[in-house]
Design a protein around this ligand. Structure first.
Ligand code: GLN
Ligand code: ZN
Length: 759
């Protein structure tokens, strides 16, 4: 008989209880016991929801107070020495949170994206002493789950190879680090078996990435060894893509089950149908989307499952999601205030469980047993496809675009001459990335206008006052190109999504971005259309208050797309072009309102790169085109800037060049100027603002050290190509460090101007 499974459940709690209690703990307002009690409550309700939905294999140990990679690092005492942790003792809650967030004396672990999701994990550092097991979290988590859901409880752990590959500071080879961990993993599996676990899910998502041959070869040794010991049945779980070239190796491993993502790419499904699935194993069929928010097309999924069942047999099938439900909001039913027909097409974590149950019934009892569900789903799909709610004239506009729409009329060399003469900026022009400190008064005013406590006019007046104030401060420190400060924006993607049609803004659709930080990504539900100007009034106001140029500030199409839940009925490229058109209208309107410089931020462009290199080019082709679509409607004299929050450019420098932005500002200060190398090797001809100081730290940098950086950059890039700016927006900083830092930055630019005049 087929069974249902789940791979992981959202852990912040339906009302973000976890965030609240942990932040109170940090503030010293509650105890560690209280944190544990709340956490246990969240787990209990997750178990209950999954049990009620009829899920046969309910994950446990998927819960974490901050991050599952951090938990694994603590379990194996992969704790850097700087945290002063005493070897052989369990990591205290305070050390745990110091690793996550740093403290007054110590830098936190680095954080990076969990594969290509928008969840961020903490990167384990392997340069300490040999690992040892500390504490017993997976076993305790299993015992707790077993007490609540009995034999359905299935512990989940990160596999040893993925754990090591995702870490850094490997003082030894990956193989050696894995070898050190292997006996610890074996002991853990044995403990889980002794505690009564029937299955263990071992996550090895690295198997869908491009692996070095020696790393792939490790899988045989490691899983051979794990399988040989006392252990539960092993479900080797992969997700976020297809196994591709790793297929044969994975099929040959002596594990009891293999979990495949059958949603993300057609690869795994095709391989299942065309190639051999190991006859001795259970297939974990990831058939419902664990990371998107659109309901599963039940008929299509049923077709696929029936074909699969013919090949592997009904009894060896586990029906589940394509990956952990970690990055989904909890429950669509919490959403009100939206068209019910539209909401009927969405599935968050709880709704996914129901889909899994229905599809499991299909496999065990046949298609007739879900006839009602299939009929209802067909109706839903037909009515959604023709719904007027999702159609705007943008599709026709995108279809009608010719090549010229993606291209500025003049090449950079001509544009820059016009811009230089119109803008009249000095060499080493100084500017900032856009946002300035948002103290609590900004947030409280925003809340007050939303709740109707103050009028829209009062709020606008308040924003105008803030703009006046920040312009004056920028003039006082002597910046050349000013910004309005972005006080009206909480989250930049949310800000634009609210003003364009085609987006649905959820009330409760929180997902974990990292630790206690949660975001509510907008959902792109239909054609995107900009019904009216979004920023023009505000920017034009700011420009009217200063003699200096004020930059218009927009978020780029690729970033808006990558930080939203996208619709799935049209290609991502088409969505990006639709957003690009809305932004293009905005850029053109800004130009018409007399704005000479417009910055279109693309901090998420690089992080959207596919996991597999073979897919990069296709992504870059359309994402760069979408950016260009937004930027190419203006005349030569209008200067287009873009901004990116990272510096690993070497691999995509050609694509960055192809964006054809007149000026690009980038993070540089934390990466030891490695990026300069990329720009020289490529001989980049446009202007670059390599961040001269790190905005992630509260330190006020001296002008001398920034001047040094600028000299280096000038040597590599040429002085005439340089802009001077911090490496990101200043929203999260305080006024106390922002203004002295900027004053020093302007001073550094002056020093360079003087020394180059003297040459
Ligand atoms: N203009 C934005 C800001 O300054 C850019 C934010 C970002 O790079 N993520 O806040
Ligand atoms: Zn940035």
């Amino acid at each position: 008989m087929a069974h249902s499974t789940n791979l992981g459940y959202p852990r912040i709690g339906k009302n973000r209880e976890l965030k609240r209690v942990i932040e109170r703990y940090w503030a010293g307002k509650t105890s560690a016991d209280d944190v544990e009690t709340t956490a246990a409550g969240i787990r209990r309700s997750a178990f209950q929801v999954q049990q009620n939905a009829g899920i046969d294999q309910i994950p446990c140990n998927d819960f974490t107070l901050y991050d599952h990679m951090l938990d694994t690092a603590c379990l194996w005492s992969v704790v850097p020495e700087r945290f002063g942790h005493q070897a052989g003792t369990p990591v205290s809650m305070d050390t745990y949170f110091s690793m996550a967030r740093g403290n007054d004396n110590t830098l936190a672990l680095e954080m990076t994206k969990w594969f290509d999701t928008n969840y961020h994990y903490l990167v384990p550092e392997f340069d300490g002493p040999a690992p040892a097991r500390m504490g017993n979290k997976p076993v305790e988590a299993f015992q707790e789950a077993r007490d609540q859901v009995g034999s359905r409880a299935k512990p989940v752990i990160i596999g040893p190879i993925t754990f090591v590959v995702l870490g850094k500071h490997h003082t030894k080879s990956i193989a050696e680090h894995v070898a050190e961990l292997l006996p610890l993993y074996k002991e853990l599996l044995s403990d889980l078996a002794n505690a009564g676990a029937e299955w263990v899910q071992i996550d090895e998502p690295c198997l869908v990435t491009d692996l070095e041959p020696d790393v792939l070869a490790l899988y045989e040794n490691v899983y051979g060894s794990l399988a040989a010991g006392n252990r539960p049945k092993i479900m080797l779980q992969t997700y976020f893509g297809s196994l591709r070239g790793n297929w044969d190796t994975v099929m040959s491993l002596p594990v009891d089950g293999i979990g495949l993502d059958l949603v993300r790419t057609p690869g795994n499904l095709n391989d299942l149908l065309d190639r051999r699935f190991a006859p001795d194993k259970i297939l974990g069929a990831g058939i419902v989307n664990g990371r998107g928010v659109w309901k599963t097309d039940l008929a299509a999924a049923s077709d696929a499952l029936e074909r699969i069942a013919k090949i592997v047999g009904r009894d060896t099938l586990l029906v589940g999601p394509s990956c952990s439900l970690l990055t989904l909001p909890h429950d669509v039913r919490l959403e009100t205030g939206h068209d019910a027909e539209l909401l009927a097409n969405l599935a968050f974590a709880e709704q996914r469980l129901d889909e899994i149950a229905i599809l499991t019934r299909l496999v065990t009892e046949g298609r007739d047993s879900i006839a009602n569900e299939l009929a209802a789903d067909k109706k839903r799909i037909t009515s959604h496809a023709t719904s007027s709610a999702i159609h705007a004239p943008t599709q026709e506009r995108v279809a009608g675009l010719d090549d010229a729409a993606f291209q500025r009329s003049e090449p950079f060399s001509e544009r820059i001459a016009v811009q230089n003469s119109e803008l009249g900026l000095p060499p080493y022009p100084t500017t900032t990335i856009g946002s300035f400190p948002q103290a609590s008064d900004v947030r409280s005013m925003r809340a007050r206008v939303r709740s109707g406590k103050i009028s829209a006019e009062e709020y606008e007046q308040y924003v105008h006052n803030k703009i006046d104030e920040v312009l004056k401060q920028q003039e006082d420190v002597g910046l050349d190109v000013l910004v309005h400060g972005e006080f009206e924006r909480t989250d930049m993607v949310e800000y634009f999504a609210e003003q364009m049609s085609g987006f649905l803004k959820t009330e409760h659709g929180w997902v974990q971005s990292y630790g206690t930080r949660c975001v509510r990504p907008p959902i792109i539900v239909g054609d995107v259309h900009r019904p009216h100007p979004m920023t023009v009034e505000t920017i034009a106001y700011a420009q009217s208050r200063s003699e200096k140029p004020v930059k218009g500030m927009l978020t780029g199409p690729v970033t808006i797309l990558n930080w939203s839940f996208a619709r799935e009925d049209i290609p991502r490229a088409s969505i990006a072009y639709q957003i690009g058109l809305g932004l293009r209208d905005e850029v053109n309107d800004l130009e018409a309102a007399g704005i000479k410089i417009v910055q279109i931020d693309e901090p998420a462009l690089r992080e959207g790169l596919p996991l597999v290199r073979g897919e990069w080019q296709e992504y870059l082709d359309w994402s760069i085109k979408a950016f260009r679509l937004s930027a190419s409607g203006v005349s030569a004299g209008t200067q287009i800037h873009t901004h990116m929050c990272y510096s690993e450019f070497n691999e995509i420098i050609e694509a960055i060049d192809a964006m054809d932005a007149d000026v690009i500002s980038i993070e540089n200060s934390r990466s030891n100027e490695e990026l300069l190398q990329a720009f020289t090797d490529f001989s980049y001809e446009r202007m670059v603002g390599p961040g001269v100081y790190d905005v992630h730290s509260a330190r006020v940098p001296e002008s001398g050290e920034m001047a040094e950086r600028l000299k280096n950059a000038a040597r590599v890039l040429g002085a005439e190509h340089l802009w001077v700016n911090p490496d990101c927006g200043l929203k999260t900083r305080g006024d106390a460090e922002v203004w002295p830092s900027l004053r020093n930055m302007v001073e550094a630019a002056k020093q360079l101007r003087e020394s180059s005049a003297a040459d």
